[in-house]
Design a protein around this ligand. Structure first.
Ligand SMILES: [Zn+2]
Length: 95
């Protein structure tokens, strides 16, 4: 019994991870690049409670803005500093 409970839990976790991964708006490499870029900009310039570095990266890399912003917001990334903490954390846990 115990081991099957553990298996169920393991499967559930795996499933959650797959669901999380399926919702990623762009490829892992791009997300990594986005988080790196926003993080270094926030380090230097600080966060002005907007998504200016995030949207800057999106237009520089010609990526789809709406799905990325929606995904970031769904994971607590409502401004640049939250993107590199909350949303990046969610990505790191599931990538
Ligand atoms: Zn902020």
């Amino acid at each position: 019994m115990e081991s099957s409970d553990r298996d169920l839990k393991k499967n559930w976790k795996l499933q959650q991870r797959q669901l999380a991964r399926a919702a990623f708006p762009v490829a892992d490499q791009l997300l990594e690049s986005l988080f790196d870029s926003v993080e270094s900009n926030v380090d230097v310039h600080g966060c002005d409670h907007s998504l200016r570095f995030t949207t800057q990266w999106i237009s520089e890399h010609e990526q789809p803005e709406q799905p990325i912003l929606e995904w970031l917001a769904a994971h607590g990334g409502h401004c640049d500093c939250e993107v590199v903490t909350n949303a990046a954390d969610h990505w790191e846990q599931n990538c």
